[in-house]
Design a protein around this ligand. Structure first.
Ligand SMILES: [Zn+2]
Length: 198
């Protein structure tokens, strides 16, 4: 393979789930594009780090600091939703149902990979709880093993604060037939059932 193509293939293989085969296919695809389109892709990648940084308050990716959510006066500043990654902020924003602010942990606890509380933005969250007037923290980490472990850890250390702590519900996905839901999901759905008559 020509060295230039080989270099691109190796770089594309950095994406999770992209092996040599798919990377080679993508590289050939790029080679077939007009040079101007390939250049636009390269420039959009190379300008990324210079233009996007972390919001110093909520630690989401943003072109300005504070980010557009933190600087929006219409947001409810008394409720913080704690998520793993900036992409989770976008996912929640798309639902159009949450009007509070966020705190991005920038990861989850993963002791096996050497990722402990100090590697996440947990101390920064505690700082915010001390300084800002917060009534409620919504823990919205994923319902994966690492996400649940992170949620438990947070629930534990947040007990010392005089604030409401909630955890997003997990249950049967919309459109799913009950008998096809996995056991763990069904168990959680039963545990987190809600009252309809009080
Ligand atoms: Zn922010």
């Amino acid at each position: 393979m020509p060295p230039a193509l080989d270099r691109l293939v190796k770089n594309l293989m950095r994406f999770p789930g992209v092996g040599e085969k798919s990377a080679t296919r993508m590289a050939f695809q790029i080679l077939r594009w007009p040079a101007s389109v390939a250049k636009e892709l390269a420039e959009s990648i190379s300008s990324l780090h210079g233009q996007i940084g972390l919001c110093s308050r909520c630690f989401t990716f943003s072109e300005k600091d504070p980010c557009s959510i933190c600087s929006d006066v219409k947001r409810d500043n008394s409720i913080i939703c704690v998520v793993e990654e900036p992409a989770d902020v976008l996912a929640i924003e798309k639902t159009n149902t949450y009007r509070g602010i966020y705190h991005v942990l920038q990861g989850v606890l993963a002791p096996r990979d050497g990722i402990g509380p100090d590697d996440l933005k947990i101390n920064q969250l505690l700082d915010r709880l001390r300084k800002e007037k917060i009534d409620e923290v919504v823990i919205a980490t994923s319902s994966t093993v690492a996400g649940e472990a992170t949620a438990s850890y947070l629930m534990d250390i947040l007990k010392g604060f005089n604030i409401k702590i909630s955890r997003i519900a997990c249950g049967i996905p919309m459109g799913t037939d009950l008998k096809y839901a996995d056991q763990m999901t069904l168990k959680k759905a039963l545990e987190q059932r809600m009252w309809v008559n009080k």
